[in-house]
Design a protein around this ligand. Structure first.
Ligand code: 5GP
Length: 222
């Protein structure tokens, strides 16, 4: 025992292996709002900021929402192995820079990914035990269309393209560990937060646990 009465080797904050928390959904299902709420309300979590070749939308901030780069830079990063995963979505390239993710995980932080099913498959292939994936479903097609219009960041043609792609994206729901229907954003947030909290308690992720239990046993079994 230490002077404070804490067993030696107790599980302290940070003695945990970080996890890769993936949120996927068709555009407009509320995933971006849920991501923002998680980052605001859940300590110990940081966003993986993707690189993309698509144009910046009004209100987006370079380096915060995405790092906006050109195609040559993207291809160079992919070739040098600097991307953990990458995919082409709506004719644009998107990818996850490797280094910030690896740094966060090894320091016990969780990393939040707002990526599509192609990226999720790649992460799962590379790090199955570290990936927790959640698919967000819209409550209806009408609701999805309304949200895409309310967002008003894209032209009608782009919105039509996103609607038709949503049907295809939905077919990947069964590849995810968890599925949440976003009927009400506060309810959906609490459901996603419960998933994260429970996953943090997984035995394998509590890396200080065996030392903690050994120490307890030493005190109990004389
Ligand atoms: P948006 O252009 O609306 O921001 O994103 C379009 C789609 O690309 C969304 O489904 C989003 O989750 C996905 N996406 C964003 N960043 C990445 C990434 O780094 N990798 C992959 N695979 N998909 C991404």
């Amino acid at each position: 025992m230490s002077a404070q009465g804490t067993p030696k080797g107790s599980v302290k904050d940070g003695e945990r292996r970080g996890l890769m928390f993936v949120l996927s959904s068709p555009s407009g299902a509320g995933k971006t709002t849920l991501s923002r709420m998680l980052l605001e309300k859940m300590p110990g979590m940081k966003l993986s900021v993707s690189v993309t070749t698509r144009a910046m939308r009004p209100g987006e901030v370079d380096g915060k929402d995405y790092r906006f780069i050109d195609k040559t830079t993207f291809e160079g990063m992919a070739k040098k192995g600097e991307l953990l995963e990458f995919a082409t979505v709506f004719d644009h390239h998107y990818g996850t820079p490797r280094k910030p993710v690896e740094d966060a995980l090894s320091s016990g932080e969780d990393v939040l990914f707002d990526i599509d099913w192609q990226g999720t498959q790649q992460l799962r292939e590379k790090a199955r035990d570290d990936v927790v994936s959640v698919f967000i479903l819209p409550p209806s097609a009408a609701d999805l269309e309304k949200r895409l219009h309310t967002r008003a960041q894209d032209s009608d043609a782009v919105i039509a393209g996103r609607m038709s792609r949503a049907g295809h994206e939905l077919s990947h729901w069964a590849e995810y560990d968890y599925v949440v229907i976003n009927r009400d954003v506060d309810v959906a947030y609490s459901e996603v937060a419960i998933i994260l909290k429970a996953e943090r308690f997984k035995r394998e992720r509590q890396t200080g646990l065996s030392a903690f239990v050994r120490d307890l046993q030493n005190q109990l079994v004389k």
